[in-house]
Design a protein around this ligand. Structure first.
Ligand code: ADP
Ligand code: ASP
Ligand code: MG
Length: 473
């Protein structure tokens, strides 16, 4: 049985024209595959609006959340009116959207009365964009004569209880997919599943993190043992840099799982960083394609790609970071300082993006999101209180407004001279590198630069290293 999972991102389902285009793409594929699952995001901007409702509730601002819900009603009802001509379909869809918005309103109202916005509440509220859109898209498919049926991923994807960043439990998910999704596929339905959302083992609504619909598609691809997963977005594929920073960034025709894993981890928004985890396990090829330019082949991501020695494929950045330094002459040769440092960081529920220690052992520095910097410094000062009094550690401090810039390429491993080319480019642009780390996989080199230098650094490396190499291939 051939099975394809396709995901359409927010802009791909963000307007009447885009929804029509996406539905035409589904129609074109429907005759090519025995099983077709479509994952949809909320219409673009909707998840932000829902999170705006949650924020307004935490600030006890009833007017704002009520206004935002009204705006969502107008947006979706207008879309249905423009998109759906069949009167029965239109009235059924309108009713189900009204019902969902009524539920949303009730949830918001109770949170407002309680005067509390819990992480659980945030996930429930932010799930409504996908819930509405899956119904809308399934209705549109039916209008085009296709057997579309909407399904909430809360019935399919089982996760832990980590709100806003839930982790799937694959065994349970497979069971639910067998039970609830496979029978519909066997009946010949094209099932339209909500991206981004899931449920924990108690059935409470969870979300997979911002941009999580890519991950939904990969999880379903895994659970169905799909032949391929395609994610449809608003650019021609994965590009050599963020096209908003480097206008002449190139589409990368082929990438390995490892490369795309590093690229997504290091901030390329085009794929959720966890997307490839389930895909790798079953070796399912993943394609990134453009809804608005469907004839373009896009990017193929798979295990087999042949890497070109020494080649840097792409560059990406993570922003809003701080670099924390723990420094002091008394750290030399003392075992356990690094373990205690990272133990204290972990207790603050903060993930460390990059670590570097000077070989003289007189300082450890690491990069974390700025929003966690103050609490991490507090925790470190407490953990190292004795060392600070004894002056074994001079101080613990944060430098804010830094960016991690990563160059990625499977061909970098075992090839000397790659970092020289990158640092040469930065030197020519007179950009100061604050810290450096190379992953042991050697698929990436990361460096920390000041936020104000980041865009210039990306453009310089792209021009001198990535574009120049293209000519010499
Ligand atoms: P979707 O809603 O379809 O999931 P996203 O906005 O999440 O789309 O991701 C696509 C966007 O990611 C593109 O419009 C582009 O601006 C941005 N982007 C950042 N880095 C890259 C990259 N290396 N390749 C392609 N797109 C990138
Ligand atoms: N709608 C969600 C978000 O905006 C998930 C996604 O688009 O992938 O983050
Ligand atoms: Mg996305």
């Amino acid at each position: 049985m051939s099975t394809l999972v396709m995901k359409f991102g927010g802009t791909s389902v963000g307007s009447v024209e885009a929804l029509n285009q996406a539905a035409e793409i589904v129609k074109a594929q429907s005759s090519q595959w025995e099983n077709l699952v479509v994952v949809v995001s909320a219409m673009s901007g909707v998840t932000d609006t829902l999170l705006g409702c949650a924020d307004a509730i935490s600030e006890c601002d009833q007017d704002t959340y009520a206004r935002l819900i009204e705006a969502l009603r107008t947006k979706h009802i207008q879309t249905v009116n423009k998109l759906i001509s069949d009167p029965d379909e239109k009235s059924a869809l309108t009713d189900s959207i009204e019902q969902l918005l009524h539920d949303l309103d009730l949830i918001c109202r109770s949170a407002f009365v309680l005067g509390e916005m819990t992480p659980r509440g945030v996930d429930t509220i932010s799930s409504f964009g996908e819930r509405i859109n899956a119904r809308l898209f399934a209705g549109l498919l039916r209008q085009k004569g296709l057997p579309g049926q909407a399904m909430d991923a809360t019935k399919l994807i089982v996760t832990d209880s980590n709100f806003q960043n839930a982790h799937p439990i694959m065994e349970d998910t497979r069971g639910k997919v067998e039970e609830n999704l496979v029978p519909l596929l066997q009946q010949g339905k094209i099932v339209v599943v909500t991206g981004f959302i899931a449920a924990n083992q108690q059935g409470v609504t969870m979300t997979l993190g911002r941009g999580g619909s890519d991950y939904t598609a990969a999880i379903l691809g895994y659970a169905l043992d799909a032949d391929a997963v395609w994610t449809w977005t608003d650019v021609d594929g994965v590009m050599s840099a963020d096209p908003r920073i480097v206008p002449n960034a190139q589409v990368i025709p082929e990438l390995s799982f490892n490369e795309v894993g590093e690229l997504a981890y290091f901030g390329a928004k085009v794929l959720h960083p966890k997307t490839i985890r389930p895909i790798i396990e079953h070796n399912i090829p993943l394609w990134v394609k453009n809804t608005f330019n469907p004839m373009h082949p896009g990017t193929r991501i798979s295990q087999e790609r042949q890497s070109i020695p020494g080649k840097i494929t792409a560059i990406s950045t993570i922003r809003d970071l701080s670099i924390i330094t723990v420094a002091g002459r008394g750290m030399l040769g003392v075992p356990g300082i690094a373990a205690r440092t990272f133990g204290a960081v972990a207790q603050q529920d903060t993930s460390v993006l990059m670590i570097s220690q000077s070989s003289s052992e007189q300082s450890i520095c690491f990069v974390i999101p700025t929003e966690n910097a103050r609490s991490v410094i507090g925790a470190l000062e407490e953990e190292m209180a004795l060392e600070l009094i004894r002056k074994d550690i001079d101080r613990v401090w944060a430098m804010d407004d830094v960016v991690v810039l990563s160059v990625i390429g499977a061909g970098m491993s075992d090839t000397p001279g790659v970092s020289a080319r990158v640092f040469g480019a930065l030197g020519r642009a007179e950009i100061n590198v604050i810290a450096i780390a190379q992953g042991s996989s050697e698929y990436s080199i990361s460096m920390v630069v000041a936020a104000e230098d980041a865009d210039r650094a990306v453009r310089q490396i792209h021009r001198d290293v990535i574009e120049n190499e293209k000519g010499s291939e």
